[in-house]
Design a protein around this ligand. Sequence first.
Ligand code: AVI
Length: 317
Amino acid sequence: MSTTTTTDTAFADDILAGLTAKRKHLSSKYFYDDEGSHIFQQIMNMPEYYPTNCEFEILSQQSEKILSRLNFSQKFNIVEFGSGDGFKTKQLLKAFLNKAADFTYIPIDISQEANDILQANILKVLPNIDMQPKTGDYFDVLNELSATKAPNLFLFLGGNLGNYKADEAHALLEKFAKGMKKGDKMVLGLDLKKNPRIIQKAYDDPHGITKAFNMNLLKRMNNELKMDIALDQFDFYCHYNPENGEVNSYLTSLKLQYVYSEVLDTTFTFEKDEMIWTELSKKYSLNEITDLAESLNFKVVENFLDCRHYFTDSLWE
Ligand code: AVI
């Protein structure tokens, strides 16, 4: 592993741990290399993948209402974790500016390039916005901000919390909470439980795009860990369980096979039909959201729902 960089080493270590575990797993956080991010854009454009349109509808139609529930009496910060291309957030920012709200928009991303693209996208339509992107770790930036007097509205949109296991989601929100002062608020985008067939179709899509999204991780392993995985010897499987609200996704091995990684200098064995768990996408009920908020000493101010009640932007204080 001597030729890898620091980040690559984390990737290599995690893959090694995941593929040597009794129940093999890979982390969905590694889906998002350039190609994976491109495939995720395609997922968001599929008619079956409803969350994007739902959140777009909420932020286009209800941002003024969100603003009215903030009760900030002075200039405030809008701090966004993982803003992507800003397609949906733009709707909220536009509505806030139309209401002459006085705020600084602070998107945080680990990638300078992502911040540059976002800034160009936002400034194209909202040239007068006060925007101060920060590049770095969420929590370093949170620490910096906790020293400022201005109230903060934190945004964690897109249903990203659903990709964390229950204990990790709790720990993440706890860390957010630590960086918040009294009066600060947070909007959390959360996907809701609904007719199981609708959820199943959003992930087990007929175009094979979600399959490609998962398979891309194998390609990434081939490239970065110098592995010789035959992609056609793996399949994709996912399943929504309405009882616990979990979509679990897997790569499955189509035969007994041995795969060598030059970087890890390890040969991995995959049994026929062995499953490698790749992703959790958790769906919530409104009661679960209240319980989660209360377990962290937050209060749900209001759930802003789309017209079909598929998704919520949940305002917490
Ligand atoms: C980013 N995240 C909220 C998506 C989700 O719905 O869990 C990722 C995704 N995985 C498959 N489709 C979309």
